[in-house]
Design a protein around this ligand. Structure first.
Ligand code: SF4
Length: 447
């Protein structure tokens, strides 16, 4: 938990010498608490105070890295329990479990499925992160781990025999794998291996958070630093309660022993694909760091990726597209002109519907500071003046041979004001929802 200004002030020299550029030590402490100053600005702070303040400044949930290159995955480092307090920072990694019983061909197909799946949503490329590989013999395990890391995937090593684990670690090279030896494994005994290969290590305890805290302490004492927690969920109630308890203990109580990301296996807690998907959704919202699926159904995976994207978007910084004039399907001068806002989801919904209709159109995107149509209208950021400004600054009037503009139906009330702002223009009212755009464009073309 972050320290208050008064707590920080107590460990400062309290001489008010002003060398930090601030009038008093108390004022400097207040700036430190608000993260508006660096401790190094005070040359007189003691080593003891420095160590104390550094520890207090460390994130309550440790940042763990898996994988390397452009698929590098970082989880943890979260600072809030609820997204509306600030934002969730590192989205959970989604993995597919590949059992040892798979044939070589099926294993390769599983790796290819994960490595090859990419989907675009609101201008961002979404994909899963890696595979969790079950190990039987050392040689076969090493070969499979190598196959996965060669495809760029992050890997979780599901094995309990230290010799098999080490074979996997060696095959993973410098790709920062995670060791998962089972919820009941002696993690401290595996800590030297984790340290040797710069891997992270899972620490488990069957539903007992006190035992889990003791186990992480033991693993850290044995040399492990990057830990992942398996709290031993056994069903829906655990999946809801245990991650929430861990999150609160780490963030609200600053309980360092439990300040690590959580791994979850929704497939092990469910009897069907539907139940696994629902559990995975729950765990994305609260508060898994790594989710290992037993099934890879693209429809489910896409839904999970979209949910993850929504939850891990900073609510204070909506995803935006640049305002301007967009051409959908090589429009001609006579093609219709539609207007919308620069909230990414709105833009891609409208553009997608126009594209899907097979028709050509000009899409004027007004700057609404990334807000959707109704929100922007309510906030005064998508009004007749803003739309008229977009018409003038983009020079759309020179590209089209008509003077008609289609307003989103949700802001039909702006049409009168817009006609005043754009003398000589005809303002049409389009559908309220983007899904109505294809039939609207068809109607427009028939007139
Ligand atoms: S430099 Fe250090 S001792 Fe001097 S006023 Fe600033 S905080 Fe206080």
């Amino acid at each position: 938990m972050a320290l208050s200004g008064i707590q920080i002030y107590k460990v400062l020299p309290q001489t008010n010498c002003k060398e930090c550029g601030v009038a008093t030590c108390l004022a400097f402490a207040m700036k430190l608490a608000a993260r508006q100053a660096e401790l190094s600005a005070c040359p007189y702070v003691s080593d003891e105070a420095k160590a104390m303040l550094d520890t207090a400044a460390a994130p309550p949930i440790r940042l763990i890295t898996l994988g390397a290159g452009d698929r590098k995955l970082e989880v943890g480092n979260e600072t809030v329990v609820y997204r509306h307090e600030k934002t969730f920072v590192h989205q959970p990694g989604l993995f597919l479990r590949l059992p040892a019983s798979l044939s070589d061909a099926d294993f390769a197909a599983g790796v290819d499925k994960v490595a090859g799946y990419t989907v675009e949503r609101v201008g961002q490329m979404l994909r899963t992160d890696g595979v969790a590989i079950e190990g039987a013999s050392a040689d076969a395990f090493a070969a499979r781990v190598k196959q996965a890391v060669d495809k760029g995937l992050a890997v979780i090593l599901l094995a309990s025999d230290p010799a098999v684990i080490e074979a996997g670690l060696a095959a993973a090279g410098n790709t920062k794998p995670l060791i998962y030896a089972g919820a009941g494994a002696d993690s401290a005994a595996l800590a030297p291996l984790a340290k040797k290969y710069s891997a992270s290590l899972t620490v488990g305890a069957a539903g007992d958070l006190e035992a889990l805290a003791a186990a992480t302490e033991k693993a850290v004492a044995a040399g492990a630093e990057d830990l992942v927690l398996d709290p031993g969920m056994t069903g829906w109630a655990d999946a809801l309660a245990l991650p929430a308890q861990l999150r609160r203990a780490a963030i609200k109580k600053n309980f360092k022993q439990l300040g690590y990301p959580i791994i979850a296996f929704p497939g092990s807690l469910s009897d069907s694909a539907e139940e696994e998907a629902m559990l995975a959704s729950l765990l994305i919202g609260k508060y898994a760091g790594l989710i290992v699926l037993d099934r890879f159904d693209q429809a489910v995976v896409y839904s999970l990726l979209a949910l993850r994207q929504n939850i891990y978007t900073d609510p204070q910084k909506p995803i935006q597209v640049s305002p301007g004039l967009y051409e959908i399907g090589e429009p001609e001068p006579g093609s219709p002109l539609l207007v919308t806002t620069n909230f990414s989801l709105t833009y891609f919904s409208v553009a997608g519907e126009v594209e899907g209709s097979g028709r050509k159109a000009w899409l004027l995107v007004a700057d609404s500071e990334g807000l959707s149509v109704l929100t922007a209208w309510a906030a005064g950021k998508f009004d007749a003046e803003a739309i008229a400004k977009a018409v003038k600054t983009t020079g759309v009037a020179e590209k089209i041979n008509h003077k008609s503009i289609v307003l989103p139906g949700a802001v039909a009330g702006l049409s009168g004001e817009l006609e005043e702002e754009l003398p000589g223009w005809k303002v049409l009212v389009g559908p309220r929802e983007s899904i109505g755009i294809p039939s609207y464009l068809k109607l427009l073309a028939s007139q």
